[in-house]
Ligand binder design. Structure first.
Ligand SMILES: Cc1cc2nc3c(=O)[nH]c(=O)nc-3n(C[C@H](O)[C@H](O)[C@H](O)COP(=O)(O)OP(=O)(O)OC[C@H]3O[C@@H](n4cnc5c(N)ncnc54)[C@H](O)[C@@H]3O)c2cc1C
Length: 180
C-alpha cells in the first residue's frame, strides 16, 4: 500500500483510481493517510492538482479567529496564546491575562492558574456567574469587568499590558485567548 505526499517532493501520481484522496497534509491529513495505508487502502495526499478517487478525506484545518481587539492579532502565537498544553510551560510564572470570549474561557483560566500565581480574568463583556467569581476568588484569580480597549506592545516587541476602556493600564506579559 502506498502513501504519496506532494508537500516538498511529489511522487508520481498513479494513473488508476486510488481508494482515498486526502486533501490537506497537516497533522490530521498525514495521520489519516497513515491509518488508511495501514488498512491496505491506496492513498494520495495532495495540496494541489486533481486525482480520481473513490473517497475524499478533507483535512484542510481550521482558521482561528481571535477577538477584534486592536493590537492583539500581531502577538498571536507569541504573547497571545490559546492552548495551555502547547504554550503553558513556556509562559509559566508570567503575569497572564485571560481575555474572555465566552464560557470556555472559565476553563481556560483554571488551567492557566496552574501555571502562574499572577492571573487576571478580563470578562470583556462576557457573563461570569457568582459561583465562578467565588471560585476564582478562592484561587486568587482577579476579575476585571471593564472592557479591554487595546493590547499594548512593549519596547522588546512583546506585550506590555492592556488598556481598558476607562484608560486604566493593566500590566501583562501574556494573554490567553480562546479563539472562535
Ligand atoms: C500558535 C499555535 C501553536 C500551536 N502549538 C501546538 C503545539 O505546541 N502542540 C500541538 O499539538 N498543537 C499545537 N497547535 C495546534 C496544531 O497546530 C493543530 O491542532 C494542528 O495543526 C491541526 O492539524 P490539521 O491537520 O487538522 O490542520 P492543519 O495543520 O491546519 O493542516 C491543514 C493542511 O491543509 C492544507 N490545505 C488547506 N486548504 C487546502 C486545500 N483547499 N487544498 C489542499 N490542501 C489544503 C494546508 O496547507 C495545511 O497543510 C498550535 C496551533 C497554533 C495556532
Amino acid at each position: 500500500m502506498s502513501v504519496q505526499t506532494s508537500c516538498y517532493a511529489s511522487d508520481a501520481l498513479p494513473g488508476e483510481t486510488v481508494d482515498v484522496v486526502v486533501i490537506g497534509g497537516g497533522a490530521a491529513g498525514l495521520n489519516g493517510a497513515l491509518i488508511l495505508a495501514r488498512s491496505r487502502r491506496t492513498v494520495v495526499v495532495i495540496d494541489s492538482g486533481t486525482v480520481t478517487a473513490r473517497r475524499v478525506l478533507v483535512a484542510t484545518g481550521l482558521r482561528d479567529v481571535p477577538p477584534d481587539v486592536p493590537g492583539l492579532a500581531e502577538h498571536w502565537g507569541h504573547g497571545v496564546v490559546h492552548c495551555p498544553y502547547c504554550h503553558g510551560w513556556e509562559v509559566r510564572d508570567e503575569p497572564i491575562g485571560i481575555l474572555a470570549t465566552g464560557p470556555p474561557s472559565i476553563h481556560h483560566a483554571l488551567l492557566f492558574r496552574q501555571l502562574t500565581d499572577d492571573l487576571v480574568y478580563f470578562t470583556h463583556g462576557t457573563d461570569l456567574d457568582e459561583n465562578t467569581r467565588a471560585r476564582f476568588a478562592v484561587g486568587d484569580i482577579r476579575v476585571i469587568d471593564t472592557p479591554v480597549r487595546e493590547v499594548m506592545t512593549s519596547e522588546d516587541g512583546g506585550i506590555a499590558g492592556v488598556r481598558l476602556t476607562d484608560g486604566t493600564v493593566v500590566a501583562r506579559r501574556i494573554l490567553a485567548v480562546a479563539p472562535a
